[in-house]
Design a protein around this ligand. Structure first.
Ligand code: BGC
Length: 261
């Protein structure tokens, strides 16, 4: 079968490591869309670096074996951790032994390929800035992913400022994500109105501290924006992520491609 595109240019592989699943896809960087289906395997338990890297290699292998897929295309991997110079400095919903692990070395040796690694919310923010709600917005754009925790990404004129951890901003005596993440709503059995009230207070605090041009809400709850977004009243413009499910994959692929240039 004819190979898709020019190897390493228009296409890239993106992999998104989450607490329950490791998802991958081939991304067409001219459109930000996935080529073919995404491929998902469960996150191993315990999610140690070695075990996760084995599954990442398996996901990548499945994608690369698809007919016509470009073998030399860049690879990006998003993880729920602070990633500084390729080393994990935190671990959210993955094993604590990730902390201090050289992810570049680990993932490159397991996959046999050069890879880049970044934080999962950073990947989602890159995807939204390039292809979604943050496209062409000048100034600072803040992306918040509301899931098990709260991930965040800051972009300035489309450029990522990596490892912004606003889910860990102390708010009302605890890390903001403890009270305002999507999982907090479920755990505390909050009505959508009560959740919107709480999230709104956190967003107002964030707005006061950073005065972004736009705040993009992503993550699991962004699939039901009608339940809580109309109740949020901020001075800052609010948008819902356009790539809720695949933003991590798309952003990881984009990061891989940027690094390969
Ligand atoms: C972590 C972030 C991560 C987010 C979403 C937070 O608890 O600190 O690094 O991006 O969860 O997975």
């Amino acid at each position: 079968m004819e190979q898709i595109g020019t190897p390493g240019q228009q296409y890239a592989y993106g992999i998104d490591v989450g607490g329950t699943g490791i998802k991958g896809g081939v991304v067409d960087l001219s459109t930000g869309e996935l080529v073919g289906e995404r491929y998902r395997l469960p996150t191993p338990k315990p999610a140690t670096p070695e075990a996760v890297a084995d599954v990442v290699a398996e996901v990548l292998d499945e994608l690369m074996r698809r007919p016509g897929m470009p073998p030399a295309a860049p690879i990006g991997i998003a993880v729920p951790a602070i990633v500084h110079h390729g080393v994990a400095r935190s671990a959210a919903n993955i094993d604590e032994s990730f902390i201090g692990t050289d992810l570049l070395h680990l993932f490159s040796s397991k996959t046999g390929r050069d890879v880049v690694v970044l934080n999962d919310a950073d990947a989602a923010g890159l995807a939204e800035a390039a292809f979604g709600a943050g496209r062409a917005v000048e100034g600072s754009v803040l992306m918040l992913t509301l899931g098990t925790g709260i991930g965040s990404a800051l972009l300035f004129n489309g450029q990522l400022v990596p490892n912004f951890e606003l889910g860990h901003l102390e708010f009302k005596g605890q890390a903001a994500e403890v009270g305002a993440s999507a999982s907090a709503r479920k755990r505390e059995d909050l009505s959508w109105d009560a959740y919107a009230q709480r999230l709104g207070e956190y967003l107002e605090h964030v707005q006061f501290l950073f005065s972004p041009e736009l705040i993009i809400l992503g993550g699991g709850v962004s699939k039901n924006p009608e339940k809580f977004v109309p109740q949020l009243h901020l001075n800052t413009e609010l948008a819902v992520a356009t790539h809720a499910n695949n933003a991590g994959i798309i952003g990881a692929a984009l990061h891989g491609s940027n690094a390969a240039r």
